[in-house]
Design a protein around this ligand. Sequence first.
Ligand code: TRP
Ligand code: ZN
Length: 467
Amino acid sequence: MGAAGIGDPDFPSDGNGGYDVTHYSLKLAYTPSSKHLAGVASISATALHDLARFNLDLSGLHVASVTLDGAPAQFTREGSELMISPAAQLAKGAKFTVRVAYSGTPKPVRGSSNLGTYGFIPTSDGAFVVCEPNGAKTWFPANDHPADKATFDFELTVPKGLTALANGELVAGPVTTDGKTTFIWRERHPMVTYLATMTLGDFALRTGTTPRGLANLAAVAPKYNNQLDRVFRLSGRITDYWSTVFGPYPFSSTGGVVDDLNTGYALENQTKPMYGGFIPDESIIAHELAHQWFGDSVSIKRWNDLWLNEGFATYAEWLWAEHNRTITAEQVFRGRMSMTSSPIWNYPPGKARPDDLFNESVYTRGAMTLHALRQRIGDATFFKVLRTWAQNHAYGHATTDDFITLAERLSGRQLDSLFDVWLYKRGRPEWPERPRRQTRPTPGNSRPTPTPTASPAPTRQAGPYRR
Ligand code: TRP
Ligand code: ZN
């Protein structure tokens, strides 16, 4: 029997055990006037052990039928679990396709504390679909946890005149018949479920390439028409810049979508970051695009490692400012450091708490952790760590321990205590660091190492950080 959760102790019923999804094929139609979603999800998976029964995650919606490799399968519902009993037991290693026909009105999740509303959110003209951390189940049956990645095909049908946007590239359509338009999108690189989207509505589109030649798509709701070219150009420029800092862009296209639903937040949907109801500034565009490397390509296995996403994307905001000579990362770091009574000192970011996952500390103190590492190991090694991280775990998963091990290997240093005080201990870390024995102390010199004002360039040798 497949477990009802994938094994994340903080989110025990998220995801499922016993199988690994390789591909989702979602054929869905949505009608904004009635808020009705109807369709078929075909999910290809591999059994990880013998399975007489397994679960998918699905919240609300009516399931009309389930088949397994074409044969009708028994199913029951319990909360957000859809439990499926195939006619015959699946053998370990078996590849199978489960097909779920379903319909109804998707209901977003009203998150608690620092989580707003997420999942499939209806708008006046369509829907804004942003699912982190576990809202994919509001619109399709899924193994809804980042530990299971899969490729995706989307065949989305909406009333004529509207645009349906999903991850990856448009591979066919739009085709209009009988007042309905169908868009076929494909994300050929593995993706976690919370990054899947089917945002739809009245959108103006601009397609083309980034200056370096990567496919680029911008889409804006009518209210933001005058932002279309700006979002297109900035998303292209920033994607290109990150590819010089973090290594090759992991996916086949980039872009940005501005909808008019006022959520005030953005999500790093794979290939298509989405901004909810505001004009995105450069900093947030830099953040969401950095997530394409950190979070989307290199993903977490457990939510408590979330700083690997948010700390990195926040540090990227500082790097973008540094690149533009607005303010150095060191100056931002010192500014945060001077806030002696900030609540981030009471929340160690290395273990994001399930009841307060997106705490400010996970972002800011997570980014500060990276800056402390950069100060310790120097620019050349630090940026090599970031690039090696993105490369070694591309399209896969990694943990905080993997990161510490990599940083220690590339720097040749013992970094346990640095990560311990920054990630796992309460209280504001001592800064500047006390001189360490292994670095041959310069007598009377305890000033922090100066930060270069130049932007990090991958080819540059160690600057003022030379050891
Ligand atoms: N990952 C998003 C960011 O850092 C924040 C976020 C978390 C979010 N949950 C969300 C955004 C749900 C939209 C919907 O930018
Ligand atoms: Zn983020």
